[in-house]
Design a protein. Structure first.
Length: 88
């Protein structure tokens, strides 16, 4: 890629970040809202990339998302955590 980091699009920057995180083949990969700032095309491309990486690695992926449909599409197992209300 012939661009400086500040010249990357949001989708490109997200892909670079994920690739940097997996290059050393970690056993655990944490993704915190990895698609939140992306348009629909880049969101789909990055989802496909993550699925491909997951299928070709031995790593466990833990992803935080507020999008239930996205979680169902990408996950082999899901855990839903509901917000607890604090009472005074």
């Amino acid at each position: 890629m012939d661009k400086f980091p500040n010249e990357l699009s949001g989708g490109q920057a997200q892909r670079v970040g994920i690739i940097r995180g997996i290059i050393h083949r970690p056993e655990l990969i944490l993704l915190d809202e990895p698609f939140s700032a992306l348009d629909s095309l880049n969101r789909k491309n990055l989802q496909d990339l993550i699925k491909e990486i997951h299928q070709n690695s031995c790593a466990t992926f833990i992803m935080v998302t507020h999008d239930e449909e996205e979680a169902q599409k990408l996950a082999t197992k899901t855990l839903e955590i509901k917000a607890l209300k604090q009472e005074q």
